[in-house]
Design a protein around this ligand. Structure first.
Ligand SMILES: [Zn+2]
Length: 235
């Protein structure tokens, strides 16, 4: 499994890939899962956790509540008894078990988004759950010597969060997209202005690598050039 290690020795392992990414942040006996994938990935997730000797799970941090990032949360809480951390803004949505499909940022995804909204109750719903910790602007989750900070990075969705590990690696959910070469713009976002502000916030965090919810790792250099491109477009 693809593993990223900070200079302080924290390990971030990509445990699910393909449709969407899930990561385990491991330090000593503490296991923290970031995102839980869509319904179809439950068995793969359990297999991955077992192969990493993760027989306990302390926290699930959800970058946001779209179905492809949170659908296995209720089952995992039942199995591991772990605590769930989510944005306060998206808490009412997960208690209903449905989060609206975001707007498209490209002509083709604008059409897809409009279509998706018509049928979202059939494919975008998931088993409801209740978060234990609701994050507003920032939440410090430093445990056992690992420096973990959770920050609000809205834009893709109103309550999108990013997880900063040792001020070096940021797990950014869908605030960035790692699928198209040379671009980090997610194909869907509710508020692109807020999204670009969140990119700047992530750059200002000092992190050097950004792990997205879809696709490959994004380096600081690419983030920087994408921010410059946006301000060029605005001027
Ligand atoms: Zn999403």
């Amino acid at each position: 499994m693809e593993t990223h290690i900070t200079t302080k020795g924290s390990r971030v392992i990509r445990i699910l890939s393909g449709r969407s990414n899930s990561y385990i942040v491991k330090s000593g006996l503490v296991n923290l899962l970031v995102d839980t994938g869509d319904k179809s990935s439950y068995n793969k997730l359990i297999k991955g956790l077992t192969s990493l000797n993760c027989f306990t799970l302390d926290y699930i941090v959800l970058t946001h509540s779209h179905f492809d990032h949170c659908a296995n949360t209720a089952l995992l809480v039942q199995r591991y008894g772990c605590k769930v951390i989510l944005s306060k803004i998206e808490s009412p949505m997960v208690s209903e078990g449905i989060t609206p499909i975001p707007k498209g940022t490209l002509s083709v995804t604008k059409i897809l988004s409009a279509l998706g909204r018509k049928f979202e109750s059939s494919f975008a719903s998931y088993t409801p759950f209740t978060p234990d910790i609701e994050v507003e602007d920032c939440y410090d989750l430093s445990i056992h010597g690992v420096n973990i900070k959770i920050i609000h990075t809205p834009g893709h969705s109103a309550g999108s969060l990013s997880i900063l590990v040792d001020k070096e690696i940021a797990l950014v959910g869908d605030a960035m997209f790692g699928v198209f070469p040379g671009s980090i713009l997610p194909p869907f976002a509710d508020d692109t202005k807020q999204l670009f502000k969140s990119w700047q916030k992530l750059l200002d965090s000092g992190c050097t690598s950004f792990l997205p919810g879809h696709g490959k790792r994004i380096e600081r250099k690419l983030l920087n050039s994408q921010i410059k491109k946006q301000s060029y477009v605005k001027n």
